[in-house]
Design a protein around this ligand. Sequence first.
Ligand SMILES: [Zn+2]
Ligand SMILES: [Zn+2]
Length: 145
Amino acid sequence: MGQAQCPICYSPLEVRDVTPCFICGGWPEAVERFTTATEFTESRLPGGQSLVLCRGCRLEDFMVADGWGYRLVPGETLPANGLRWVRQAEEPRLGRDKFCPTCNVRLAFAEVIASAHEAAEPGAAADPARLSAPETTAVTGGPGS
Ligand SMILES: [Zn+2]
Ligand SMILES: [Zn+2]
């Protein structure tokens, strides 16, 4: 039985061509840019889930505040530190996977997020208010505004 809904936001999923990256794999531009020379690494989360990421997503989502990594590896100043290197993917290929257009990630990643939440807070559902917290980016104009 296939999963028809995103385990995070319950949006209906789309089937797409994907690169091995769990996060951007379903983005058309990532598929377009994909070559067998693209670098993908497999790593493991503290909770034991394995994760395949391209270089860009590893940098953006595990080393920059507000990335997915901060939800997956709570308690690390730099979530990338909580990732255990497993291997570099050899001969990466395009495949097909379900994709959540709302979360903008592959189902593979949505499942990792969902299971990480369960592992971190057994019984406690993810707080939707926290997921949709308003951005607090204050735009500071220069003096003389
Ligand atoms: Zn990626
Ligand atoms: Zn979703």
